[in-house]
Write a protein that binds this ligand. Structure first.
Ligand SMILES: [Zn+2]
Length: 78
């Protein structure tokens, strides 16, 4: 049976039949939350805080400009 395969807990590397448990593939609720915390921490490290100066000039943009399209220069100065 697939669910009886032994796996190593991603957090503490302890081996067991974790997929059968409520927290699979983690061995415990604690290990599941530790892993989740790692992701949140990493996200905070790579995310720059939003500052008002990052949005300077956005109010002057003509409508219909896609701000997340790097190929589009709203001022045509490229
Ligand atoms: Zn664990």
């Amino acid at each position: 049976m697939k669910s009886s395969i032994q796996v190593a807990c991603p957090t503490c590397r302890q081996k067991g039949v974790w997929f059968k448990g409520a927290f699979g593939p983690f061995c415990s609720k604690r290990c599941k939350w530790v892993d989740l915390g790692k992701w949140f921490e990493e996200e905070m490290l790579i995310t720059e805080n939003l500052r008002p100066d990052l949005f300077q000039g956005y109010g002057d943009l003509p409508p219909g400009i896609y701000l997340d399209d790097p190929g589009q220069d709203p001022y045509g100065q490229r």
